[in-house]
Each structure stands twice: as structure tokens, then as C-alpha cells.
Design a protein around this ligand. Structure first.
Ligand SMILES: [Zn+2]
Length: 264
């Protein structure tokens, strides 16, 4: 599932269409990705508008069009954005295609856990006004992190890091990375962190998000080799810090990867 940096990278794929007039919108109106969305309004709203800008927040994307039209996208498990030159023939899983004279801006999603939303209005859409701060945002303060941990003292920290209400954009590999960099077992109860560790958690989350955005988010390049990231996918995976074999096990329905030697 795409995490914060991957989401930013995908959103950027439509950026080549900035300033271009949407001449036509092709979509699969019965597709599950349009649940709760007024498809007719989306179609008539976007045709004739120009793509102005995009922003992402956690795992969500928002595209701004001229005259107060907005398109919200969530990639779900298998969603993907791409741009293709015209003439473009939509493929089976292309549920939404915005056609300009030169380009096709394509949203494709084989498993359809993704979601499309349409908003109309001059101001930022309502749901975007009340999003929780991302780990690299100013509002992601130490008191905020402390109160999250205190609210869920028994939850394994790794599992809590995946909760999008608190850590928007953090997904499986990022949560494992944070636990590994902090040398804590993924099962560590959130309430057991000492004050120093809570402060380190905030800083580590911020750093992992920022570096991921600068690498994966920018050009799909890899985060530093010294991180767990590159090694967790290896066949004979071993810890880049101590060389001991990494463990992969299920934790609350997600695969956690950690080093049995340096995480305690
Ligand atoms: Zn190790």
C-alpha cells in the first residue's frame, strides 16, 4: 500500500498536465472507487477547467482545478496515477481518465480499494480543513505524541504508528523503519516509552518522513543504505547495523520486520 512518500510521487505524475484544459472525462461510473461520489457532477464540473495544482496529506491527494473545482484521490491498495500522450486508449482498470488535447491523466486501480471524491467551492474542501498533522508538520508536537501514547498504553507501538488518525501517511515499511531506528521491538507497548524515547519517537518519525519524501517522493530513488528499508526486502535479509538475520512476523495483521539483536 502506498505510504506518504509514494503517494506524493504518484500525485506528481499528473503535474505535467498543469495549465492544460480538461477536454473530456472518461470514467467507469459503476466502479467502487466512485462510492459516495456524484459522478455526473464530477464530469460536468471538470470539463473545461484547467489543472492548477496538487497537494498531498498522508495517503490522500487533492488536485485543484480552475474556478473552484477539486478532485480528491486515495490510492487504496493498488491505485496508481500516470500520464500518457494522446491518443490514449483506456485500459481495463483505468477508472478515471482526464483527457487534455495532449495528455491523458489516468487513475488506475485493479482492486478498487482506492477512492475518488469531487468537491466544488472556492475554499479548500471541508474534509481537508480538519486533517491531523503529519509527522513533518508543525502541529506534530511533543504533547500531541505524548497524549496519543497515553491514550493507547497497551497497543504495540508498531501497530499504533499505522493508525492514520494519529500518524497520517505512515505505513508498514515506515513504521518498521522507525521502530528499527529507535532500537525498539515492534511489540513494545506504547505506554512504556520513557520521556526521552517519546521525544526520540517524534524526531525519528519526522526524519523518516522527510527523507522518504526527498528520495522516493522526488524521483523514486532509495532511502539511505544504512536504513532498514533496503534490507527488509532481501532474500537473506540481515540487519544493516549488526548483521544478524532479520525476523518477519505477523503483528496484528501486518508483517513486521525487525532485528532480534538490536531491537529490545
Ligand atoms: Zn541489528
Amino acid at each position: 500500500m502506498p505510504e506518504l512518500a509514494e503517494v506524493f510521487y504518484f500525485a506528481k505524475q499528473w503535474d505535467v498536465g498543469q495549465g492544460q484544459l480538461i477536454a473530456d472525462v472518461a470514467l467507469h461510473e459503476k466502479s467502487r472507487v466512485f462510492r459516495g461520489c456524484d459522478v455526473a457532477a464530477l464530469q460536468s464540473g471538470l470539463i473545461g477547467q484547467k489543472l492548477r495544482a496538487f497537494r498531498t496529506h498522508g495517503k490522500q491527494m487533492l488536485f485543484e482545478f480552475s474556478n473552484g473545482h477539486w478532485l480528491g484521490l486515495h490510492l487504496g491498495m493498488t491505485g496508481d496515477l500516470k500520464s500518457r500522450p494522446q491518443p490514449y486508449t483506456p485500459e481495463k482498470h483505468d477508472h478515471l481518465v482526464l483527457n487534455t488535447k495532449k495528455l491523458a491523466l489516468v487513475f488506475t486501480d485493479p482492486r478498487m480499494f482506492g477512492r475518488v471524491q469531487y468537491f466544488c467551492g472556492k475554499a479548500l474542501p471541508e474534509p481537508w480543513l480538519k486533517l491531523p498533522p503529519q509527522p513533518m508538520d508543525e502541529g506534530f508536537t511533543l504533547p500531541r505524541v505524548q497524549s496519543i501514547l497515553q491514550r493507547h498504553p497497551k497497543t504495540p507501538l508498531k501497530a499504533l504508528l499505522l493508525d492514520q488518525r494519529y500518524f497520517p501517511g505512515v505505513g508498514n515499511w515506515m513504521a518498521d523503519e522507525v521502530m528499527w531506528q529507535m532500537r525498539l521491538l515492534p511489540t513494545t507497548p506504547a505506554g512504556e516509552l520513557e520521556a526521552k524515547q517519546t521525544s526520540a519517537l517524534r524526531k525519528t518519525l519526522k526524519k523518516v518522513c522527510e527523507v522518504a519524501l526527498k528520495t522516493i517522493g522526488m524521483d523514486w530513488s532509495d532511502p539511505p543504505e544504512s536504513w532498514l528499508f533496503l534490507h527488509r526486502w532481501d532474500k537473506n535479509k540481515s540487519c544493516p547495523r549488526c548483521g544478524v538475520g532479520l525476523v518477519k512476523e505477523d503483528l496484528r495483521g501486518r508483517t513486521a520486520c525487525w532485528c532480534p539483536a538490536c531491537q529490545r
